[in-house]
Design a protein around this ligand. Structure first.
Ligand code: 4AD
Ligand code: MG
Length: 431
């Protein structure tokens, strides 16, 4: 028995005979030569069956292979600079596990609706594989950076009794006869956790019943949310720029091959390092008006506004001090200017828009109580949250970074739906 190896580590076996287990991505028939592209989840490699060197039945099997047939292929590893990936396999034996008939996704252009309905198969393609491996790296980088900068991971609940980010996008579910909601954000629980652990993060799926169809919104998305005790808006921006720069550089370093498959121009990503430009909301409005936008102070930015603002900068840009009226109930107002709050969004370049939302939280008991009233939130559900201001309140801040928005930006894809294995959107819950 020859050794079973993964394509990822094939370079360690040049000149040796190895076995690969995987699927046929593609086959090119050149008569006496069959060129197979084999994939095994860790990579793609060209395997060549040469009629003269193989028993007739083995060559016949190779010549019969169809797209996505599952196979066990044995062969000699050759270094070949012309081969994609740098290595090639000279086939010595081949077993078929299943010969596939009529695979629905051909290696040509298909419509998006068709691909989305076949997402369970679409993820096998080179391009989707590359995007999702960038996602893997983004998630690893997030954890590595936070774990090595004094943050501890504290998981927060998915089923919750109350809203964090406004009541219009709640998914309601029945909790033994009581209404409960899928979490929009772990932030409120993070605020309890920092009073016990100092610096924390939660990382998990979050849910928003977004009724609009845009290329930036999912109904289920992954968010990492760091929260820090004794932290203000300005400290927070420094943490964010370090964190985001690390993620970007780590992906450039470790996922260069995937970004090449995606034909991503990485020249602008290479420049992402601290410090990032900072712009107040007031300044951003002025900038928009100069560009001819008829924009009313007090409104939130839409996608075209965010793009117009971020286009003025090379790197991601912080926009801080949004109007209090367009942000969530927990935002700390600016002392002496309560119509704006100590919030900050980070806008990615190249039209990718907001990837981070966050800011300083209200630390004062009376003010928080007033906001809960003003926002018509059910007080009973927030009693525990008010406790955090009763017993040892401190200034604190935090943020949430959307994984799919970040992956879309780094990979340069058009729509968020390709940045998660099985996207949930308005009008899509299958497969
Ligand atoms: O700005 P948001 O709503 O902020 C919060 O949820 C805060 N509680 C986070 C915190 O301070 N701990 O969301 C944060 C980020 C956005 O910047 C965006 O990247 C992503 O989450 N996001 C979405 N991603 C995909 N689909 C959606 N519908 C999203 N809504 C927000
Ligand atoms: Mg936001």
């Amino acid at each position: 028995m020859t050794k079973w190896v993964y394509i990822r580590e094939i370079g360690e076996y040049v000149g040796q005979e190895v076995t690969l287990k995987g699927w046929v991505y593609n086959r090119t028939d050149k008569g006496k030569l069959q060129f197979l592209v084999i994939r095994d989840g860790t990579g793609f490699i060209q395997a060549v069956a040469f009629q003269k060197e193989l028993p007739a039945e083995v060559f016949q099997r190779a010549a019969s292979l169809t797209q996505e047939s599952s196979v066990v292929v044995t062969g000699i590893v050759r270094a070949d600079p012309r081969a994609p990936g740098g290595y090639e396999l000279g086939i010595t034996n081949l077993e078929i596990i299943q010969l596939v008939q009529d695979y629905p996704i051909a290696l040509k252009e298909h419509g998006v609706e068709f691909l989305m309905a076949n997402r369970h198969l679409w993820i096998r393609t080179k391009r989707q594989h590359a995007i999702l491996m960038v996602r893997v790296e983004v998630i690893r980088a997030i954890r590595d950076w936070l774990d090595s900068h004094g943050f501890v991971n504290m998981d927060t609940p998915i089923l919750t009794p109350a809203a964090c980010e406004g009541t219009t996008t709640l998914f309601e579910t029945d909790y033994f006869g009581e209404p409960a909601y899928l979490t929009q954000s772990g932030q409120l629980y993070n605020e309890a956790n920092i009073m016990a652990f100092g610096r924390v993060y939660c990382f998990g799926p979050t849910f928003r019943a977004e009724k609009s169809k845009t290329r930036r919104h999912l109904t289920e998305f992954w968010m990492v949310e760091p929260e820090i005790a004794f932290c203000d808006l300005y400290d927070l921006m420094e943490v964010e720029e370090q964190f985001v720069s690390y993620i970007v550089q780590r992906v450039l370093e470790r996922r260069a091959r995937e970004l090449e498959v995606l034909e991503r121009d990485t020249s602008r990503l290479a420049k992402v390092e601290p410090p990032f430009p900072r712009l107040s909301y007031d300044g951003a409005v002025e900038l928009l008006r100069k560009q001819g936008f008829d924009f009313r102070w007090g409104e939130d930015f839409g996608a075209p506004h965010e793009t117009a603002i971020s286009d003025q900068f090379e790197k991601p840009v912080f926009v801080h001090h949004y109007p209090t009226q367009c942000k969530a109930f927990y935002m700390q107002p600016e002392p002496g200017r309560p119509e704006v709050c100590r919030s900050v969004d980070l806008l990615a370049p190249e039209g990718y828009g907001e990837i981070i939302g966050g800011g300083e939280r209200i630390a004062d008991y009376e003010l928080l109580e007033q906001r809960i009233r003003e926002h018509n939130l059910p007080r009973e559900a927030y009693e525990w949250y008010l406790d955090l201001r009763r017993y040892g309140t401190v200034p604190h801040a935090g943020f949430g970074l959307g994984v799919e928005r970040t992956v879309s930006w780094l990979t340069g894809i058009h729509h968020l739906r390709e940045a998660i294995p099985f996207p949930r959107m308005l009008e899509r819950i299958y497969p």
